[in-house]
Structures are given as C-alpha cells and as structure tokens.
Design a binder for this molecule. Structure first.
Ligand code: URA
Length: 476
C-alpha cells in the first residue's frame, strides 16, 4: 500500500508528481491512500513511490485544468478520484468527453464547487485596518473558505491590493503579503481583529442599497450563502432589514409622490408654450442675449428680475466690464444706468470716449443682493458665480472682438484675467490675456463708497486717466 500525503500548498504539483510515478507503474487505485495537509510538508509515502521512469504517460490539458481545481476540494476523496480518472484516461482517451460518466461527473461537481468558493472568497473577504506607522497600510482578514483555495486565490489579492500589506487568515492556511512578497503560514484560529472605521460606513452603504421592495430570498441566499455571513460586518443587519421590509415598503409607498392630476398636463403644456425658448445655436450677440435670459448656471437667476446682458455696437473697439448689475440696472435690464453708471459716463465723457461706441457689460449678469426692508443691498458675487457667468462674457468677447477690454474693479479683473491680485498694484496697467489685452481700473461704485472726498476725487481722476489711456490704445 502506498500512502501519499500531499502538502497544503503546492498540492497539485505534488499530486501530479506522485500520480505520474504511480500510474507509470500501473499501481492500481485501491493500492494508494491519499491525504492532504496536516503534519508533514512535502511528500511522504509508506511504500516509497516507484523511482524507475516506468511507462510514458500523456494527458490532455483539459484534464490538468480539471485536476488543478478538483484537487483543492475539501472532500478527502478528491486525490484518489483524480488518480482513478488518470488511470482511466490511459485506457479510454474519450473518457473526458463522456458527460454521463459518473466519475467524470463527480470530478466536475468538485471542480464547480471549488470554482464557486474561489469567487465567493474574492467577494466576501473583509479586511480590517491594523495600527501601524510604516509607509504601507496594514490589513488583516479572517475568512473560512469551504475548500483549499487560499493559495490559488492569493494572486488575485496580490494584484488587487498590491500597495498595502495584508494577511488573510483561514483555518487551514494564511496568505501574507508584505512589502510585495507573498508567503504562506499554517492556518490558525480566528485572530482578534480591531474594529475598523470603514466597517460602519460599509454597513450604512449596505443598508442604503437594500431595497425592501425587491427581496428575492432565494437569489439572495444563492449569491451570499449564509455560511459566509458570520465574517461579513454588513450581514448582521440582514435579519432586521428583512423583518422590517414589509413595513418599510409601506412607508415608502406612503411617502411617494402622488400622481399629477389630469389637468396638470394641460397646465404644463400651456406654461411651456408661453416660455421663451433659447436659441438652439448661439450664432450672434442677439442669440446670446436671448439665451442669457434663461440662464440657470448659478442660483443668482432665482432672485434677480432679469439677466442684464451687455449693450453697445457689436463692432465696438473698447469693451468695459463692471462687476454685476445694481438695483437700477436689474430693473431697467441695461448696464450702468444707476449711480455708478453716472460716474462712469462722466469719466468717459471727460476722456473723450463715446458711450454709444463702447460695449458695456458686467462680469456677472444677474443682480446679487440681500433684502433689507424695502431696499436691496448689493452683495459681491463669489468666485463660483463669476466662473459660472464667464460663459456669457466669453461669448460677448468672441462676438465683439474688442481691441481692448477694460476691467472695472476686482471682480471684472478676475473674470477677464483669471487673477485675483490686489487692485492697488494692478490699476492703470494693461495685462495680456489669450483673449486680448485688459486694462485694469477702479470700479465707479468703489469711488462712490470712498469716505474721504480727497481720495474719491483722486480715484475719479485715475479712472478718467485710465479711460484716456484706453482711448489712446484703441486709436493706435
Ligand atoms: N455696477 C456694475 O458693476 N455694473 C453695473 O452695471 C452697475 C453697477
């Protein structure tokens, strides 16, 4: 009698070596006792394995594939069944094609079960982070596979979690991946693993994707067999979720939106027909002006009366950009018609620039304000609102193609140059941008707000000088 003990790792190679030696000498299956794992690593035979070469054997690759999986099955009969199949194959080459053969069917069922276990391990291993100070994060998991699949599956985890150190402990074998090297250690009882912060998150996620209206218990059990539950943090919630499912569906039903009444469709149709339509393609300044009225790129459209698009001749050589429409501009639908507009008009006149030959616009097209009694107090737009509105300013620049743009104040300077630097250092200078030169100056509202009359007069003078410079630039 030959007794062959196969190791817990490298099981297939060892089986292959022993089976080849035995079959080459026609040792009958009943004269070999196979076992896997336990004490000794490596091969041990009561009667030594035949050493002489014996007769040559050949097996199809399909058999080696089948054996490579079936040998991992926990059924202690697996190595012996494979040896029987190997002997049969020498006499009956068609053995593997006989789907009704009981031995083949048994081996295929072992193989299928191993295959399934391999996939379940990939899906159900749950790592917990271990404390540590090294560069690599460390994780450990406890898993109870049905079969001897840890070695066969280790490559998958190495590829997937290559950048962390981890250990997967199982009752028969532990796989350890450290600093990019894989080793195996004997199995051990379940270790104490620390709680992991990610576990609560995972459980919450699981509870949220659980749909009580779609419970299919059979399919659930098939995909997540109960035997794996005990090592998965999220499964603790399943019984409670199942128990509450019916009531939860009722709650969902009660909270669901009611059907729209029949007349709602007619109202919606009428409403839609009366709504201005945005042009499908923006091919001109007038298209852009119409589309801008429907803009919802940011929340400012919700409270403003209307969008205030730029105005002026489409071939203006100078474009002046302010911050945003004020109270009066919002009502009139035109830029710079309030007090700030008055300051600008005066400065332009003094500098010899005709308003009607200039494109006047703003970085942001809707008025941003806070209501205070009957008044609406100006609020500066934030960077997100400026960015949302850049679409419209970009269209204006593209269609008008001014020789020079003039940014009045920090918001306009940001919108036109993308830079936020302090105005004191930038005022009076021309900055180059991919869309053309930008001259920076004071905003008229800033001048109006300066408490010091002398300082306000000086700033007004500086705005006028900047406008003169703009005139010179476009004349040149
Ligand atoms: N302030 C601006 O920036 N633009 C206007 O149109 C009015 C006031």
């Amino acid at each position: 009698m030959h007794r062959v003990r196969l190791p817990e790792t490298g099981t297939m190679d060892a089986w292959r070596e022993a089976a080849r030696a035995l079959a080459a000498h026609d040792v009958p299956a009943q004269e070999v006792e196979w076992s896997v794992g336990a004490a000794a690593e490596g091969l041990f035979a009561a009667d030594p394995l035949p050493q002489a070469p014996g007769r040559a054997l050949s097996v199809p690759t399909a058999f080696l594939d089948l054996a490579g999986r079936a040998i991992l099955h926990c059924d202690p009969a697996a190595p012996a069944l494979l040896y029987q199949a190997l002997l049969r194959l020498q006499a009956e080459r068609a053995f593997l094609s006989d789907a009704a053969d009981p031995l083949l069917r048994r081996l295929q069922s072992l193989e299928k079960s191993v295959h399934r276990d391999i996939h379940k391990m990939r899906a159900f291993v749950r790592f917990r982070e271990l404390p540590g100070e090294g560069l690599r994060r460390r994780f450990a998991a406890w898993f109870e596979p049905e079969h001897r699949i840890v070695e066969a599956n280790a490559g998958f985890f190495c590829r997937r979690f290559a950048d962390m150190d981890w250990a997967i402990h199982t009752p028969r074998l532990s796989a350890i991946w450290q600093d990019g090297a894989l080793t195996f250690a004997p199995g051990a009882p379940r270790p104490d693993l620390p709680d992991d912060a990610a576990e609560a998150l995972w459980a919450t996620y699981f509870a949220n994707i659980f749909n009580p209206a779609r419970i299919k218990l059979d399919s659930m059990r098939q995909h997540m067999p109960r035997k794996y539950w005990k090592n998965m943090p999220e499964t603790g919630q399943i019984p409670a979720m199942l128990a509450d499912a019916e009531a939860r569906v009722e709650r969902m039903r009660a909270a669901a939106a009611t059907e729209a009444p029949m007349r709602a469709a007619a109202i919606t149709d009428r409403y839609r027909a009366a709504m201005p339509q945005a042009p499908a393609v923006i091919g001109s300044l007038e298209d852009a002006r119409a589309a801008c009225q429907l803009c919802t790129r940011c929340d400012l459209c919700q409270n403003a009366t209307q969008a205030v698009f730029g105005e002026g001749p489409p071939d203006a050589r100078l474009m002046i950009v302010g911050e945003q429409p004020g109270d009066q501009e919002d009502l009139a639908g035109r830029p710079f018609v309030g007090p700030a507009g008055q300051v600008l008009n005066d400065a332009m006149e003094e500098a010899g620039i005709a308003r009607e030959r200039t494109w006047l616009t703003n970085a942001v097209k809707h008025f941003k304000f806070t209501p205070r009694g009957k008044r609406r107090l100006h609020q500066s737009p934030d960077a997100g609102e400026v960015q949302a509105c850049q679409w419209w300013l970009g269209l204006e620049r593209r269609f008008v193609q001014p020789q020079l743009s003039m940014a009045l104040g920090g918001t306009a300077a940001l919108a036109l140059t993308g830079r936020k630097d302090a105005m004191t250092r930038r005022r009076g200078r021309v900055e180059e941008t991919p869309e053309g030169p930008v001259l920076i100056s004071w905003h008229p509202s800033y001048i109006l707000r300066l408490p010091d009359h002398g300082r306000a007069a000086a700033a007004r003078q500086e705005l006028t000088e900047d406008l003169r410079l703009a005139r010179k630039i476009i004349a040149a």
